[in-house]
Structure formats: structure tokens, C-alpha cells
Design a protein around this ligand. Structure first.
Ligand code: GDP
Ligand code: CA
Length: 325
């Protein structure tokens, strides 16, 4: 069996651990958001790919949910001592090696997908069964437009990392832009993974800055719409708030309500212009099911907390059953 998963970083990697638990014999291809990528200190950083790679490779810091376990921060300390900005983005010593390798390979002309595969040979030893693909080899960056009274337009666009890590998603997001998305192409293997899949899963990742960019790469949405496999999505919004993160700060900027029904309807039912055959919400949100039903989106509720891979695997199988029976 072949499974394609669309995902971001922290929530996405927890979800993929559940997929692996539920379908141990499947070949899983994870199509990872790269619109969080940023160039800092001359290094190409791919936060969601790294979170996914470290997490599935057993090297993630379990408390933070990102970065390497047993990390140290000596290089960051030295950069700060030189007064080199930005000081707000955490770059651990162990993590830096990954960015050095990635940047070196990109500078030598390798596309991000090839670099990702090279990095993953260290971490994902079961590469026939689990493969990470960047959504695109082309540079795409999420920028958030915020108020800036000092600017002539009254507005300023900041990189998503600046909005999230430096500004803690404090300022109202007026607009969310995926710079470069219009001319981006799916990375090699992405559309094949979708069209060849027996199952397509959309992780409960951030709908605006994780799943949104993946679906917005020209060609990916069409591949999903035309795929033979059932497509099942899982809500990351429970009881009107994200389980973690700040999706609630960004959903209003794209005109989507901060609730699991609004996000499901934003993804939409396949055959109705959307990408989903089934949408799974948490039991807390069972009251939203009639609204989803009335809108023609097949939906079900269950316990959606990703406590551990087996709990996650259980709700994944439950959602798949709904879509396939
Ligand atoms: P990021 O790229 O690191 O921000 O991570 P993702 O975009 O992949 O995932 C963040 C999303 O995962 C947030 O919107 C959370 O609400 C969601 N999330 C985190 N933990 C859980 C969980 O236990 N259950 C569900 N259903 N969603 C979760
Ligand atoms: Ca991310």
C-alpha cells in the first residue's frame, strides 16, 4: 500500500508517526511544507523538513518538539556576542550542521529534493518505506502583512518566522502571502506520490501556513482532485482553538473561521471543488457535524489528540474507514 501525506512540522511529524504505527507495511511519502524556509546567516533553513526528519529519525527534542535532542547553543551565543542579527531564531550547534550541509549542496546546484534525500539517508534508514519530499524545489516564502504606522502604506510584510518567532504572532495578520508560489512547481516525485497513492492523508497541520502552501503549489491541488485514492483530512482546530501554535491568528486573515467546520469547508469536498472525501473532527466538535453534513462534506468525530503514535494511528484508521466503506 502507498500512502501520501501532506504535512507541516511539529503537528505533521506527530501525525506521520501515527501513520507509520497504523500502517507498518505501507510505503509512506510525506509531502512537506517548505514555505517556512528562511535564509539566515547565509544558511538555508527548512524548519518543517528538519522537524519531520529529526522526529521520524528519533533525534527530535521531545520537550520543544523541534530541533535536536541534547542540543547546545554555543555558536548562537557567539553570533549574539558579535551583535549579529537575527538573535531571535534559535539555531543549535547540532542543528547548524544540517543547515551547513543543505546550503553547501544547494550552492553546488543540487535541488532541495535531492538535498533532503541526502540528509535523510542518515536519519531515515527505512527509506523504501518512508520518504520525505519538499513540496517544491523552488523558493517559496510565507510573509505576513501587519500594521506599521511608520510605513507610507501603513503596512509591512514580515517573513513568517519573524511573525511567529520574533513577534509571537502578536500583531494582527492583515494578509498572508506565499511569495513565489505562483511560479513554483511540485518537486520531483510529488505528483506521482499523489496519483500513485492508495490513500491520501492531510495532517492536522496549520491550514494557513503548512497545508495552505502545499495545496497552492500549482499542480498539487489538481493532482489530489484527480487522484484515485480517497482523501481524508484531520482537524488541528479543536473546540475553536489550535491544539498548539497560532492558526487562530492567521485563519481570520484568509477569511476562514477558527473552528473545525470552517477549516473542513475551506479544504472543501472533492467533487465540489475541494480536496476532501472525508473530514475528521474531535469529539469536542461533534456539534459541528450537522453543518458539515448539510454542506455535503462527509465528516465524523473521534478523539483527535495525538497522545502517542498508537492513539494517533487509531484515529487515522477510523477516518480512513469512514472514507472507504
Ligand atoms: P508546525 O509546522 O511546526 O507549525 O506544525 P504543523 O503545521 O504541522 O502543526 C501545527 C498544528 O498541529 C496546529 O494547528 C495544531 O493545532 C495541530 N496539532 C498539534 N497537536 C495536535 C493534536 O494532538 N491533535 C490535533 N488534532 N491537532 C494537533
Ligand atoms: Ca511550520
Amino acid at each position: 500500500m502507498q500512502i501520501a501525506v501532506l504535512a507541516g512540522g511539529v503537528g505533521g511529524s506527530r501525525f506521520v508517526r501515527g501513520v507509520r504505527h497504523a500502517y507498518p507495511a505501507a510505503r509512506i511519502t510525506v509531502i512537506v511544507n517548505t514555505a517556512d524556509d528562511i535564509l539566515l546567516h547565509g544558511l538555508h533553513i527548512s524548519p518543517d523538513l528538519d522537524t519531520m526528519m529529526y522526529s521520524l529519525g528519533g533525534a527530535i527534542d521531545p520537550e520543544r518538539g523541534w530541533g535536536r535532542a541534547e542540543e547546545t547553543w554555543r555558536v548562537s551565543g557567539e553570533l549574539a556576542a558579535y551583535g549579529v542579527e537575527p538573535t531571535w531564531f534559535g539555531l543549535g550547534d547540532l542543528d547548524l550542521a544540517t543547515h551547513l550541509v543543505r546550503t553547501q549542496m544547494l550552492d553546488a546546484g543540487y535541488p532541495l529534493s535531492a538535498v533532503t534525500q541526502a540528509l535523510c539517508t542518515r536519519w531515515l534508514t527505512d527509506s523504501d518505506q518512508l520518504q520525505l519530499l519538499p513540496m517544491s524545489d523552488d523558493r517559496v516564502e510565507t510573509h505576513v502583512v501587519i500594521d506599521d504606522p511608520a510605513a507610507p502604506s501603513g503596512l509591512r510584510a514580515v517573513h513568517f518566522q519573524e511573525y511567529w518567532v520574533k513577534l509571537h504572532a502578536g500583531p494582527e495578520a492583515r494578509q498572508v502571502l506565499q511569495v513565489g508560489i505562483d511560479h513554483s512547481r511540485p518537486a520531483p516525485g510529488v505528483t506521482d506520490a499523489i496519483t500513485g497513492a492508495d490513500l491520501i492523508l492531510i495532517a492536522p497541520s496549520n491550514p494557513v501556513v503548512s497545508i495552505g502552501p502545499v495545496l497552492a503549489v500549482p499542480g498539487i491541488r489538481a493532482a489530489i482532485t484527480g487522484a484515485r485514492a480517497p482523501v481524508i483530512g484531520f482537524a488541528g482546530i479543536i473546540g475553536g482553538a489550535p491544539v498548539l501554535g497560532m492558526a487562530h491568528r492567521l485563519l481570520p486573515a484568509i477569511g476562514v473561521g477558527v473552528d473545525a467546520a470552517s477549516v473542513g469547508l475551506h479544504y472543501g469536498a472533492r467533487g465540489n471543488g475541494g480536496v476532501l472525501d472525508a473530514w475528521v473532527v474531535d469529539d469536542t466538535d461533534a456539534g459541528l457535524l450537522p453543518r458539515l453534513d448539510a454542506s455535503g462534506l462527509t465528516a465524523v468525530s473521534t478523539d483527535l489528540i495525538m497522545r502517542d503514535p498508537s492513539a494517533t494511528g487509531r484515529f487515522i484508521q477510523y477516518g480512513v474507514k469512514l472514507a472507504t466503506e
